[in-house]
Write a protein that binds this ligand. Structure first.
Ligand SMILES: Cc1cc2nc3c(=O)[nH]c(=O)nc-3n(C[C@H](O)[C@H](O)[C@H](O)COP(=O)(O)O)c2cc1C
Length: 194
């Protein structure tokens, strides 16, 4: 028994095999820990708060999608700009992005956004249209102003053909500060935490 223990420690040192912590990450059937990305757009930080909860539970890399042209600081101003983008089916240029090559290394992509006009903001169309997420797992989450996720999940699904879309999480923006436990329950149901 002692010999096996010593041999496995030597193995880890020589081959750099990861020591699986068990908590906070879902093992894949192959035994590999999936590489997780938490990518989100957030204008007033509600969705960012949920992204941070997810990160605290599952780890991985966080990525804040932002536009080159910032939205006005006030709600009505943002509404006006965003409505024009939606009406014109625009793809706002992004200030921050991930190259398709870098996206390749992720297995699981948590995808967060505020609900804008019943779906994802146009910037998330810009973001998603850059990638082929075939074979990856996409986990949507959103915050809203009590209108619910709308058609955001089906829009995400049509932008990520051949990805596996898991059960999403949606919460009113006004409730994000009380939502940490609900996020944990959801992640536990999906098997990302034990
Ligand atoms: C341009 C715009 C459009 C919105 N459209 C909707 C909507 O269709 N349904 C809804 O419930 N909330 C809507 N909201 C409210 C946001 O979804 C909500 O405040 C969200 O929590 C903001 O998230 P954030 O802080 O991450 O930007 C809208 C807000 C803005 C600014």
């Amino acid at each position: 028994m002692k010999i096996i223990l010593v041999l496995s420690v030597i193995c880890m040192v020589i081959f750099g095999m990861p020591i699986h912590s068990g908590e906070g990450s879902q093992a894949e059937p192959s035994g590999n820990t999936p590489k997780i990305l938490i990518a989100f757009f957030s204008q007033t930080n509600n969705t960012k708060t949920i992204a941070e909860y997810i990160h605290s539970f599952v780890g991985g890399d966080m990525f804040h999608v932002t536009t080159k042209k910032p939205y006005p600081a006030d709600y009505n101003g943002t509404l006006q700009v965003a409505r024009a983008e939606r009406d014109n089916n625009e793809r706002p240029e992004l200030a921050t992005t991930i190259s398709p090559e870098d996206m390749e290394k992720y297995d699981v992509i948590f995808l967060g956004h505020p609900v804008w006009f019943g779906t994802i903001p146009m910037a998330m169309f810009t973001f998603l249209e850059q990638y082929d997420l075939s074979g990856k797992t996409v986990v949507p989450f959103c915050t809203h102003g009590r209108g619910g996720p709308g058609r955001s999940v089906s829009d995400i699904a049509s932008l990520c053909p051949n990805a596996t879309i898991l059960q999403g999480f949606a919460v009113a923006g006004s409730s994000v500060n009380q939502a940490q436990n609900d996020v944990a329950v959801w992640l536990r149901q999906l098997g990302y935490i034990r």
